[in-house]
Design a protein around this ligand. Structure first.
Ligand SMILES: Cc1cc2nc3c(=O)[nH]c(=O)nc-3n(C[C@H](O)[C@H](O)[C@H](O)COP(=O)(O)O)c2cc1C
Length: 135
């Protein structure tokens, strides 16, 4: 796929990702303001402004239907980044490999299991394409 890049300021989320063991940095987006990639989950690269290194990440663009409510978001879980909030920081996200569609899971446990699989898929992508990004 053609890489797609998004820059934005991290906004507070619902803290659900943290509870599931996958803290995420959220960027609000307006689906009508430009041509967006297909909604869903991607392996990609995250850069935090002012931080010298980049991180492999799992990204979700969509309406998070398992925990509905709130604006559509692009969410990123950065592999190997400490679970500290990035609110107010500028983040750039590059979508590199499409992994799957966004899904409404019957339980949060199912979502958590899927996130663990997504992390494995992103590690496999990074080993192949960008090993320097891995912790
Ligand atoms: C890699 C990744 C994949 C995700 N996949 C889904 C999904 O398939 N379905 C869904 O409802 N939410 C999905 N989410 C969103 C989570 O439900 C989200 O982390 C949750 O809504 C809480 O986010 P918050 O605590 O940062 O607000 C995904 C998030 C990430 C980072």
């Amino acid at each position: 796929m053609e890489p797609f890049m998004l820059k934005g300021t991290v906004v507070p989320g619902k803290q659900l990702g943290t509870r599931l063991g996958f803290p995420t940095a959220n960027i609000a987006y307006d689906p009508s303001d430009r041509a967006w990639p297909e909604e869903g989950v991607y392996a990609g690269i995250a850069r935090i402004e002012g931080d010298s290194r980049s991180y492999a990440a799992i990204l979700n663009q969509g309406s998070h239907p398992t925990a509905p409510g709130g604006a559509p978001t692009v969410e990123a879980h950065l592999l190997g980044y400490p679970p500290v909030a990035l609110y107010g920081r500028r983040l750039s996200l590059t979508y590199c490999r499409y992994l799957r569609p966004e899904t409404r899971f019957p339980t949060l446990n199912d979502l958590q299991n899927q996130l663990a699989q997504d992390r494995e898929s992103a590690i496999a992508w990074a080993r192949e394409c960008a090993p320097e990004l891995l912790p």
